[in-house]
Write a new protein. Sequence first.
Length: 150
Amino acid sequence: AAYLRPGEITGSTHNLCLQNVSMKDGCIVIKFSSFKHSVGHPFTLKVRPTGMSTCPVKLLARFLDIRRGGVGPLFSKLNGLPVSYTEYAAVFRKVIAALGLQGKYSPHSMRIGAATYAAAAGYTDAQIRAFGRWKSSAFKSYLRFPIVQV
């Protein structure tokens, strides 16, 4: 729902921090102070509830209740250190296997899925570029059709 790059989830210079994510008016508000191609231009993304059982707003609200306040990476290990890309990729592969999905998937597949979903939902190219923080129309190479519901 937030078109996150793996580096925004894992320990990197663009890692999302807990203090940059909040809930406001029933939505998730993410303030990206740094992201690939940001060049000092922050971006704020608002994620609205979907009403589905897998609603990202509802799930993140539950996560934030468990995670509690403080500072540091949004997704961290118990010792407070950020989740590494290797750890994230290992869990991602386990989820793909548990779902029984066939094909070539990587952690970056989440951005491919977000772009594909947005295009199928009728979002404009400009909206998709903004949501995904793409500087160009490179996202078009990510689009995969037909969409398969999981």
